[in-house]
Design a protein around this ligand. Structure first.
Ligand code: 5GP
Length: 178
């Protein structure tokens, strides 16, 4: 069984989300925002973030696949759920759990632009800039994370650990018993 090493507890995560929600509310004070969460990992972050926004928002989700049951990106991103809203002329905030290589968000930003959005910005709970392969601008980043595989607060490993209220590093024990 892999070991869970604490990175951020619930209180720390909530404080980071509070600050980020305040920034977003200030930046979009004059208009309506379309907030699109990337399934499934962003579902808890998204729920906590939108409840702290003080501006009018409409909400949708998009689904992508790239990881399967691996801890490294396959490098190929596909859509598993299309956005169900007309984005023409809209300001979009794309909410993601974690930015790793940047492939997923680069693909989604291009996709949302192609749907006619007026603007697209990224909000990520966690960012691992050390692992970036594709340039993406993360306008709102709650926390710069270490180069490790993280779980909890929506993030999974083989669909497990999403329900944890904090963020943990998953440590794989490679020692073999004699
Ligand atoms: P990227 O396309 O930036 O390489 O990867 C983005 C997606 O990979 C995230 O939405 C997330 O699903 C997954 N991912 C990247 N790093 C991690 C990690 O440390 N833990 C987990 N659970 N998922 C990750």
């Amino acid at each position: 069984m892999p070991e869970l090493l604490p990175v951020l507890d619930q209180e720390a995560v909530e404080k980071l989300i509070d600050e980020t929600a305040q920034r977003i509310s200030r930046d979009y004070a004059d208009g309506q925002l379309v907030v699109i969460g990337v399934l499934k990992g962003a579902f808890i972050f998204m729920a906590d973030l939108v409840r702290r926004l003080t501006i009018p928002v409409v909400i949708d989700f998009v689904g992508t696949s790239s990881y399967g049951d691996q801890t490294v990106s396959s490098g190929h991103v596909g859509l598993t759920r299309e956005i169900g809203m007309d984005l023409r002329g809209k300001d979009v905030l794309l909410v993601e759990d974690i930015v790793d290589t940047g492939q997923t968000l680069a693909f989604l930003v291009a996709h949302i632009r192609s749907l006619g959005a007026r603007s697209v910005k990224i909000c990520a709970l966690l960012d691992k800039p050390a692992r970036r392969q594709v340039k993406v601008e993360v306008a709102y980043r709650c926390y710069e994370a270490p180069d490790a595989f993280l779980v909890g607060y929506g993030l999974d490993f083989n669909e497990c650990y999403r329900q944890l209220s904090g963020i943990y590093r998953l440590q794989f024990n490679t020692e073999s018993t004699p």
